[in-house]
Design a protein around this ligand. Structure first.
Ligand code: SAH
Ligand code: F3S
Length: 450
């Protein structure tokens, strides 16, 4: 059997796409291998969100060239966002690449690989294609958690972002195909799904008849075997009360919301074309906290956007302090080709970006540690998902707010079960806990979110 080696960069959507590619190529008799040296086909699933992500791919391609010289039959392909955005540069800097295709062409990967093999010249496929839901999982092993893409593309035009260019128009998958995929996952032992979309809370408005995320969450909730439902990424612009209520009322939906703020300064938000103000974002947070007490929040922030002054930046830090995020993903602004922000005159020097990034992370780490400590003494339902990395006799799992908890499984195999755990200690990157007794089971059944 020919062998496939897959290298995935970037977001959860890329991880999902890579799994589909592995599944589709399995039909073409390709078997996955961990070793690039043993492979007949190497595919790089790439990310364009920041320049650094692209540089990693070019340097990886540089080292793969050696394999190609040793084995002329080896096919090398680049897929995903860079394929869409940088096809010219890929051909220039890595002319030995045999296949370049964007995410719309994934469904035809088998045919594209066959063509690249037969034609012996580069096959480039970066046009728009029909919307196809590929539900083929890569292998038969039990997977406790899975991503499920429910919509493709993005039509917002944040001035810093390449996603609308690389992933095309916003298109939702019909609920029936999403539900069928999740039923299949549940039948193979999956317990937790994360529904993916660039603006996941705008789901369904393009469908006939239109539907929405709240409705989909309810329908996923009805699937036996699934214990937890997550979704990402929500956009503040589209966040409404119906979804907030669904987070509270649909039992399997966790009390966790990733809501990218990007900046705490109105001046910068406007230049980013985010479509909300600081006050509007605060209003949304107040509303969600009132609807879902105990909600855990996380966010994405960009430091050093063109024109960002120290005062603008301070307003971002201020919101991290105030909103007490469980988790903050901070990024230094990266100039992306073809985006309006890349052309803005007042670019911020790298050194300033770096120092703001450090300052921001210091505050974010402190706030997250405080949030962790507040969980000490509580009994939380934990989805046990394996053994601790540091100590193989210890079980590990996650709270509904997605924190890692290590605990003694008392000799039981708890993999895939939701068990009540008393949180005994908050450490910098994880929590310690102890299996809790029967009363605690009842208490946790009240599903105190955590
Ligand atoms: N759809 C999501 C964002 C996807 S990109 C949303 O609506 O927010 C993930 C994150 O990468 C973004 O939230 C942003 O914080 C960051 N990002 C995007 N473009 C960037 C750029 N040019 N430079 C730095 N960070 C960027
Ligand atoms: Fe990018 Fe903004 Fe869409 S960050 S993915 S253009 S919502």
């Amino acid at each position: 059997m020919p062998k496939l080696h897959l290298i995935t960069y970037g977001c959860q959507m890329n991880e999902y796409d890579s799994e589909r590619v592995a599944g589709l190529l399995k039909h073409a008799r390709y078997e996955l291998t961990e070793s690039p040296e043993a492979a007949d086909l190497i595919l790089l699933n790439t990310c364009s969100i920041r320049e650094r992500a692209e540089e990693k791919v070019f340097s990886q391609l540089g080292s793969l060239r050696r394999l190609k010289s040793a084995n002329p039959d080896l096919l090398i392909g680049v897929m995903g966002c860079m394929a869409q955005l940088q096809q010219g540069r890929i051909q220039e800097r890595a002319p030995f690449v045999d296949l370049v295709f964007g995410s719309p062409a994934i469904a035809r990967v088998g045919e594209l690989v066959a063509r690249a093999r037969a034609e012996r010249r580069p096959v480039i496929e970066t046009g728009e294609g029909p919307l196809v839901k590929i539900a083929t999982p890569p292998d038969g092993t039990r997977r406790l958690k899975a991503f499920v893409t429910i919509m493709e593309g993005c039509e917002k035009h944040c001035t810093f972002c390449v996603v609308p260019t690389t992933r095309g128009r916003e298109r939702s998958h019909p609920p029936e195909s999403v539900l069928e995929e999740i039923r299949g996952l549940a039948a193979r032992g999956c317990r937790e799904v994360t529904l993916l979309g660039q603006t996941v809370n705008a789901y369904g408005r393009d469908l006939t008849p239109p539907t929405d995320l709240a409705d989909l969450l309810e329908r996923v909730n009805a699937i036996a075997g699934i214990e937890r439902i997550r979704f990402t990424t929500s956009n503040p612009y589209n966040l409404n009360r119906r979804l907030m209520r669904a987070i509270r009322e649909v039992p399997k939906v966790v009390e966790y919301l990733h809501l990218p703020l990007q900046s705490g300064s109105d001046r910068i938000l406007e230049r980013m074309n985010r479509g909300y103000t600081r006050a509007r974002y605060l209003e949304l947070i107040a509303e969600i906290e009132e609807t879902v007490p105990d909600i855990a929040l996380s966010t994405d922030l960009i430091v050093g956007f063109p024109g960002e002054t120290d005062e603008d930046f301070q307003q971002t830090v201020d919101l991290v302090e105030r909103l007490r995020y469980d988790n903050v993903f901070a990024f230094r602004y990266s100039r992306r080709p073809g985006t309006p922000a890349a052309e803005m005159p007042d670019q911020v020097p790298d050194a300033i970006k770096a120092s703001r990034n450090t300052r921001l992370l210091t505050v974010a780490t402190r706030v997250a540690a405080e949030r962790s400590r507040a969980l000490e003494g509580r009994v939380l339902p934990i989805l046990a998902d394996g053994l601790s990395r540091k100590n193989a006799r210890e079980a590990t799992g996650r709270t509904r707010c997605n924190r890692v908890v290590n605990f003694d499984p008392e000799g039981q195999d708890l993999f895939g079960e939701v068990v009540p755990v008393l949180i005994t200690q908050a450490l910098p990157h994880s929590l310690r806990g102890a299996l809790a007794g029967r009363e605690a089971v009842l208490q946790a059944a009240g599903m105190q979110p955590g």
